[in-house]
Design a protein around this ligand. Structure first.
Ligand SMILES: [Zn+2]
Length: 305
């Protein structure tokens, strides 16, 4: 997978020939008039903010004319989006950037991305989705490939009105060790699920005896996820287990960008827009298991090379 930056010519070609406003997802079009749009016109950052549009046509002609480097829209819905006033609600979102993943199977250096860590990022996203469904009963869930990772976006009314997003973040990402690791449901279940995925991707453990633990990782994950206390205590001593759970809770938290969930002033890359740094299309993922960024999110101008 070769990433390259899109030129102005590439962007013009993409927005003129390939991009279609009818491909915008419902969570954008249904709330269109409440959204703030932001543009990165030339690659210097999304500093063209406070934009609002009264129709898709208006947005389209702006986009086709400028062929922006990047396009974003607000997670919050406002009565007056052009002034960011009259806050109504905000999507509940989770941002998993493959570049920042603390637990990944590849050997990418900081800031690099490959097919393996993109897959690891998707596994984290799908794990969060499972917990959101199981513990929060939400159903309007969207997985979006951002170009270098994934966004989970949730638009159930109840979820969008949640004010304390810090607690939701801790719960869904499994960012603290539960008081009872083996409870069937609730937070313990969320923690075990996320910790299993994290442990399966880690290439090293910071704790003492970490490498021996990693040799037994499959058995540990199996005992953990099947709530087999006896077996788990047979593989790993009590003190070491405590340290392991502590380390997993920290890595779980670092796997997802907490600021993005908590700060409702955030903007997120607009699905269908171009991530020009890597020439990939920000795409709503329809088939969660089979999505392949190279096949499904590469713009034509790159395929034709
Ligand atoms: Zn990688």
């Amino acid at each position: 997978m070769e990433f390259r930056e899109a030129t102005l010519q590439d962007r013009r070609e993409y927005f003129a020939r390939e991009w279609n406003p009818r491909d915008l997802p419902s969570f954008i079009t249904d709330y269109f008039r409440f959204l703030e749009f932001a543009f990165d016109n030339d690659g210097t950052g999304p500093n063209d903010r406070y934009n609002a549009f009264s129709s898709l046509d208006e947005l389209s002609s702006r986009i086709r004319k400028a062929a922006p480097y990047a396009i974003y829209s607000s997670v919050s819905h406002y009565d007056v989006p052009s002034q960011r006033e009259g806050w109504l609600r905000a999507e509940l979102v989770f941002d998993i950037d493959a570049r920042d993943l603390p637990a990944r199977r590849c050997e990418c250096k900081a800031g690099e991305v490959c097919e393996i860590c993109l897959e690891d990022a998707r596994d984290v996203a799908l794990t969060l989705i499972e917990t959101l469904k199981e513990s929060f009963g939400v159903s309007k869930l969207f997985l979006v490939y951002s170009g270098r990772g994934y966004h989970v976006r949730c638009t159930d009314e109840e979820a969008m009105s949640i004010r304390d997003r810090g607690s939701v973040f801790t719960f869904v990402t499994g960012s603290k060790v539960p008081s009872d690791l083996f409870m069937v449901k609730g937070y313990s279940s969320a923690f075990r699920r996320m910790s299993g995925v994290t442990l399966s991707k880690m290439r090293s453990l910071a704790m003492r005896g970490g490498s021996t633990l990693l040799e037994n990782r499959d058995s540990i994950i199996e005992a953990l996820t099947s709530r087999d206390k006896m077996r788990l205590e047979g593989i790993i001593k009590k003190k070491a287990l405590e340290s392991l759970l502590e380390e997993l809770s920290l890595v779980n938290a670092e796997s997802v960008d907490g600021k993005c969930t908590i700060d409702i002033k955030r903007i997120l890359r607009l699905p269908t827009s171009l991530h020009s740094k890597v020439s990939m299309v920000c795409t709503v993922v329809k088939n969660w298991e089979k999505f392949d960024p190279v096949r499904d999110a590469t713009p034509h101008f790159l395929k034709e090379m």
